[in-house]
Design a protein. Structure first.
Length: 626
């Protein structure tokens, strides 16, 4: 059966039901995920003459070799499943939030007797309250720093809190009320943290009212020191919120969303108004929007942003309603547990607010494009400088760098990092476990890695392969001096690829070494070319270290879990996959551990008890003598 016959047979069997479809390429990779009210009609619409399709869809269909469908009972279920699968597969042809995995949250740890504010990357169901996501980690740090300036929030780890023998410096400089030494009771501390929560929610009026009430009570009871602290907090809150008010006609609780488009990306701004005050704004970038209808853009952003957002307001102002606005509204209402309205304002204060958001999005786009243009110009200048300084036949469009990482010869690994046109090309990065070398021998390890890399290229060339090793580098950089370079060059000669330019970059002086040449090549430390090569080398070092630490952590985790009674291979695998490291497992509660597949409550209690003792003994061993 030919491919077209196979697809035609599958198209004939499509059901008249709502659901999700996944388009796949020749390798079985999911390249697009979509939802449909009627799968038969929607999926069939893709298989027609390319001239009748949108350019982006036509480009995608040239790569589609198969598709898969998942039926659902309702359109809302299809909507949620689509968002989940896009997050899982990150398909090339879907509109998606740029770098969305990295967006941080502020976590308020209500599950602790004396809660803290910490930065979190992945919200969980531990009992904490999460605020975000924020697009900049700096915003999170600034917000926490501001709140700790107004409120004396404890900042120590739970381990230090449990083992504190006396109040720390934070207490003496009035930055912490000393809960570790019972210098403040639990209820009073949590009342203070309720104000922190209200502040993060944007309920500044409630915070101010609560603080003024405490201030008056303290003054009446002649607690002048406490009253002075509360007065300072009230003044700080008023100063911060003085410029936040927006027109009452615009609404008291809403998000206003607008964007500006470039060729490939959309630059979005979200203004958050709570209790009539503009409490913050966030900037986002959607990639893969070229030729996309703005209503589809609205759909993509709403689903991806509010899937992660922990605070959904009663009203959302947006430039265009998505084609499935009723289903998205129903989903938002379910997530919020209350009323949510999607609106496109056409007049009045709400329209003026959205126009202001649009203006900010345009400014953000223009600034981003200007920075990209400057960076592109700087990269071209750096590549030209590298070509001229090293005497290369052409610009080093593809540069590869190699580094070795181990601890006394154990878990020895190597990294291959690729820069294309002066930019990190992470899809081309590769990691190697050293196989033929025992002990800490970076020279032989480097030779093994270079041998394996170019052996793969030779094999791919014979088989007309298109793997990542098939591309020939314009420049190879070895992290290290003459020793590592010599062994790498020897491997390249043996594989008849010594015509590829290869240099060693030694970190001590940032000098470049060339095979069979005595004198080093010394570039100006401020030159664009050297800075680019140092970036390449540092990225290779980071990638190797990260891989080495991952293997070492996995080995240490496995060895410690082996010592816990009742934890066999299956349970060990579940714990490792769920939490990643010992510290994360130790922070989990017994209930959370017991809820894992294949775990029982006695096994969870054994893990918790063992790790508590493990970390306690480690802390005692590492304590500084007084």
């Amino acid at each position: 059966m030919t491919l077209s016959e196979h697809l035609e047979e599958k198209r004939q069997l499509l059901p008249d039901k709502p659901g999700v479809y996944l388009m796949k390429d020749h390798e079985g990779q999911v390249i697009y995920v979509g939802k449909a009210v009627n799968l038969k009609q929607r999926v069939r619409s893709y298989f027609q003459e390319a001239s009748r399709l949108l350019p982006k869809v036509a480009a995608m269909m040239r790569h589609v070799e198969d598709f898969e469908i998942i039926t659902t009972d309702t359109e809302v279920e299809a909507l949620i499943l689509e968002a989940t699968l896009i997050k899982k597969y990150r398909p090339h042809y879907n509109i998606r939030l740029k770098d969305d995995k990295a967006y941080p949250y502020i976590r308020l740890t209500w599950e602790e007797d004396f809660p803290r504010l910490i930065i979190a990357r992945r919200p969980d169901n531990s009992g904490s309250r999460y605020f975000g996501p924020y697009t900049r980690a700096q915003s999170v740090h600034e917000t926490i720093r501001l709140l700790r300036h107004i409120f004396p929030i404890r900042n120590c780890t739970n381990q230090k809190f449990k083992n504190a023998a006396r109040p720390c410096l934070e207490y003496h400089i009035k930055r912490c009320p000393g809960p570790c030494q019972a210098l403040i009771d639990k209820d009073s501390y949590r009342d203070m943290m309720k104000n922190v929560e209200w502040f993060l929610e944007g309920k500044v009026d409630a915070v101010e009212k609560s603080l003024v009430k405490e201030l008056n009570r303290a003054a009446e009871e002649l607690e002048f020191e406490k009253a002075a602290k509360l007065r300072d907090q009230v003044m700080a809150v008023r100063e911060i919120t003085a410029q936040q008010k927006v027109s009452a006609e615009a609404g008291r609780n809403l998000d206003a969303i607008s964007w500006a488009l470039s060729d490939q990306d959309a630059y979005l701004q979200v203004f958050m108004v709570r209790d009539g005050r503009l409490i913050g704004r966030e900037s986002f970038t959607l990639t893969g929007v070229d030729g996309t209808d703005e209503k589809e853009l609205a759909h993509a952003f709403l689903m991806q942003y509010y899937d992660r957002a922990r605070d959904i307001p009663q009203e959302i102002l947006i430039e265009h309603l998505p084609p499935d606005d009723r289903q998205i509204t129903a989903w938002l209402r379910e997530k919020r547990g209350g009323k949510v309205d999607l609106k496109v304002p056409v007049r009045g204060e709400k329209q003026r607010l959205l126009a202001m958001v649009r203006q900010n999005a345009t400014i953000a786009r223009d600034e981003a494009l200007r920075r990209m243009e400057i960076k592109e110009r700087d990269r071209e200048r750096a590549l030209l400088e590298i070509q001229q300084t090293l005497g290369l036949p052409g610009l080093p469009r593809r540069m590869e760098c190699y580094d070795i990482s181990n601890t006394q010869g154990t878990e020895s690994v190597a990294s291959m990092v690729v820069f294309t046109d002066g930019k990190p090309d992470k899809s081309q990065y590769r990691q190697f476990k050293i196989q033929s070398v025992e002990g800490p021998n970076d020279f032989l390890s480097m030779k093994e890695v270079i041998t394996r890399r170019f052996h793969h290229q030779a094999q791919d060339a014979k088989q007309m392969g298109k793997s990542h090793f098939a591309k020939t580098p314009d420049l190879v950089i070895i992290d290290g001096g003459r020793g590592q370079l010599g062994y790498a060059y020897q491997a390249m000669r043996e594989l008849n690829v010594a015509d590829i330019p290869v240099f060693g970059l030694a970190k001590q002086h940032e000098w470049l070494f060339e095979p069979e040449r005595a004198d080093p090549i010394i570039l100006d430390r401020d030159s664009a070319g050297l800075k680019l090569l140092m970036h390449l080398r540092d990225e290779a070092h980071r990638f190797a270290i990260t891989y080495h630490r991952k293997l070492r952590t996995k080995r240490n985790l496995a060895s410690i879990l082996d010592d816990i009674e009742g934890i066999g291979p299956a349970r060990k695998k579940i714990l490792r996959q769920t939490y990643g490291d010992l510290a994360a497992i130790s922070q989990a509660s017994v209930d959370e551990l017991a809820a894992l597949p294949k775990m029982t409550r006695p096994a969870a209690e054994a893990v918790k008890r063992y790790l508590d003792e493990h970390f306690k003994s480690n802390e005692e061993e590492n304590a500084v003598p007084e």
